[in-house]
Write a protein that binds this ligand. Structure first.
Ligand SMILES: [Fe+2]
Length: 435
């Protein structure tokens, strides 16, 4: 099982927005006491870590214990941040939303730890799997047995989905181009069968200490016309950062995998992972808060027609919009951040050099299969400078069940039938639109 708060030499990256060229001139100033906020955050983190240590002896009242130890401290911090002389207007409302999400995320993580202690999962691994597990623990990422034949079969079985994504790329060339594969589609079924045979559930389960289940598989088409991650600070004359799109997913119970369907060179949007970054010391509260701010930006910015991007084109609009930049600087300094922080790292800075030096680039032929702890480790991909990349991103989630669910044959057959009816309807619709 992963020890979540193991002390490591490296601290998790923190961008200093007060010295960032796009923020120094915003003219905003904050009136909150940074030291007071930092002390409160440290107390929340300490209380949360204490709770996690006690997760093995909790039998009831888990939410009440969380509220008493952690929730009450978050309430106190919120009262200070929004109290007399504190935040007002839109950024106050935004902060309340983000803090609510952070509180829920920590509660979910606490429940996850309790569950993993209650249903302790210790699969029997082969010697080869043990070696992979050790690499995964150390680096946060590991290459699994390549599946060239699997990639070739998936390529054939995704002909329909690839057609839809090609159309999407033509309609919105700058946008992201990905779709969830229906679990009952030919490709979705093939992936699930292949994953079960590969032993990846056992490996990921041994890593997280929980039985794992399939969550989703998404087909991703990355190509050189995409620009959703470019130009955040073009208005102040800054180019796209060399570390752009470096991020972590911050979802505690998920382990991800990447399967290339085509040969991928560095310039084709190769997957990249900052080796060992999953163990870097961080504040659980602040990471949860940053994710809260990231998710809640949907309240203020409209989505593009593909629902994956924002209307303005750039994927973190709150960092691009001048008024939001100004409001970011009204926050206590520790609240300024994002799970997707790479775009804000200044090229040539010590932080940029440190991140790039530790970043592994996963090139390889179709069938290259990489398992990674994206919830905690810094990673990125799909940024194509030449050519294209077809890949499937797979997410495995810690299961709430102690044992595997029984296979329900009739239910599965009906679900497959429903999938093919939906596909037929969509094909007919597209045909009638084209004629
Ligand atoms: Fe990610």
């Amino acid at each position: 099982m992963v020890t979540p708060f193991t002390s490591e030499i490296e601290p998790f990256p923190r961008v200093d927005y007060s010295s960032h060229p796009a923020y120094v001139s915003t003219g905003a100033h904050w009136c909150l006491d940074d030291d007071r906020v930092a002390r409160d955050v440290a107390e929340i983190d300490a209380a949360f870590r204490d709770l996690v240590i006690q997760a093995d002896c909790v039998t009831e009242g888990e939410e009440a214990r969380f509220n008493e130890a952690v929730g009450s401290r978050i309430d106190e911090l919120q009262a200070y941040v929004l109290g007399a002389g504190g935040l007002t207007g839109r950024i106050a409302e935004y902060s309340v939303r983000a803090m609510r999400m952070a509180r829920q995320a920590l509660l979910d993580e606490w429940k996850f730890h309790i569950r993993s202690h209650r249903f302790r999962y210790r699969p029997v691994l082969t010697a080869a799997q043990h070696m992979k597990l050790e690499i995964l623990k150390k680096d946060g990422v590991v290459c699994l047995e390549p599946g060239q034949e699997l990639a070739s079969r998936l390529w054939d079985k995704t002909w329909w989905e690839r057609g839809l994504l090609r159309q999407q790329a033509a309609r919105l060339p700058w946008g992201r181009c990905a779709m969830a594969l229906d679990p009952h589609s030919p490709a979705g079924l093939l992936i699930q069968t292949a994953l079960e045979r590969s032993g990846v559930f056992e490996l990921a389960g041994a890593y997280l200490g929980c039985r794992m289940e399939f969550l989703y598989a998404a087909l991703d088409h990355a190509h050189e016309q995409q620009a959703w991650y470019k130009g955040c600070y073009v208005d102040v004359g800054m180019g796209t950062s060399a570390t752009a799109y470096m991020h972590l997913d911050a979802d505690c119970d998920i382990v991800k995998a990447m399967l290339y369907l085509t040969d991928v060179k560095a310039e084709n949007g190769a997957f990249r992972f900052v080796r060992g970054s999953h163990r870097w010391v961080r504040s659980p509260f602040l990471i949860a808060l940053y994710k809260g701010f990231d998710c809640e930006q949907d309240t203020y910015f409209g989505r593009a027609p593909n629902r994956l991007d924002y209307e303005g084109g750039y994927y973190r609009p709150r960092f691009q919009a001048a008024s939001h930049r100004q409001e970011l600087m009204c926050l206590p300094s520790s609240f300024r951040g994002s799970t997707h922080f790479g775009d804000d790292v200044i090229d040539g800075s010590p932080l940029s050099k440190r991140l790039l030096a530790a970043e592994d680039v996963f090139t390889g032929c179709g069938g290259t299969f990489v398992l990674f702890h994206g919830a905690a480790g810094i990673h990125r991909g799909s940024q194509v400078s030449a050519g294209e990349r077809w890949a499937i991103q797979i997410a495995l989630r810690a299961s709430g069940e102690q044992s595997q669910r029984p296979h329900r044959y009739v239910k599965e057959r009906l679900a497959r039938l429903r999938y093919h009816i939906r596909r037929l309807k969509r094909t007919l619709l597209l045909t009638s639109e084209a004629t």
